[in-house]
Ligand binder design. Structure first.
Ligand code: DX5
Ligand code: ZN
Length: 217
């Protein structure tokens, strides 16, 4: 089975983003982590930078919002031309309306669930979603260890998506490497985010070579 790889630029060099985007040309998507220092205890980048990444990236943008009030902000990220915008389940006030607002821009819409968040309510609104992101770390930082306890949730999502016949992607984010990608795919993931595994080390294989290694695994 072929999977989609979405390298997270959280582990890239923010001062050399355009250069580092060029180093992942073999990826399927580019994962952009937006953090507001409220929903998560870390701050990354906002709308103007996502807009510029959109303008220079050859790859479709997989925007992952870890911010409060996605009902207001997520549609604005979608309007940059992002391929996909993911809001955090725990932060959304009116998820159905939010999903419609994002889709009305032409962007795909996804919901992310933290390791401790139940997935069942979201499986009841698969029609409104293009992707579900199962977090395998607590959101906020790259380089953390994969939380295997999230796998039953992923497997439940896989069963629900297959039963629905809908084209809903299942993404996993956090701690993905050549070992954990096998576990995630076995449990139903088709789209894999990897930050430190792609950009983490300055020496050794290039980011494109690390992407190839993830696919082989
Ligand atoms: C964490 C972010 C992830 C992060 C993953 O909150 O959502 O996208 O970049 O980093 P790794 O792959 O290093 O766990
Ligand atoms: Zn992410």
């Amino acid at each position: 089975m072929s999977v989609r790889i979405s390298p997270s630029i959280l582990s890239a060099d923010f001062v050399n983003l355009e250069r580092d985007l060029g180093r992942i040309s073999d990826a399927d998507l580019v994962h952009v982590d937006v953090m507001d220092n409220h929903f998560v205890p870390n701050l990354t980048l906002g709308l103007p930078i996502v807009q510029r990444i959109q303008e220079v990236s050859a790859l479709p943008l997989d925007v992952h919002l870890m911010i409060d009030d996605p009902d207001t902000w997520a549609p604005k990220y979608a309007e940059t031309g992002a391929f996909s915008v993911t809001f955090s389940a725990e932060a959304a006030a009116d998820p159905k309306k939010l999903a419609r607002d994002i889709r009305s821009t032409g962007s795909r819409v996804a919901v992310a669930v933290k390791p401790g968040t139940a997935i069942e309510p979201w499986l009841d609104m698969l029609d409104d979603l293009d992707m579900i992101l199962v977090m395998t770390v607590e959101p906020g930082f790259g380089g953390q260890s994969f939380i295997e306890a999230a796998m039953p949730k992923l497997a439940a999502a896989r069963r629900a998506v297959d039963a629905s016949g809908l084209d809903v992607w299942l993404e996993v984010d956090g701690g993905i490497n050549e070992q954990t990608i096998v576990t995630a795919v076995r449990n139903g993931a088709d789209t894999l985010v990897a930050g430190s595994a792609v950009y983490g080390k300055a020496d050794g294989p290039t980011p494109n070579e690390r992407i190839a290694a993830l696919r082989r695994a």
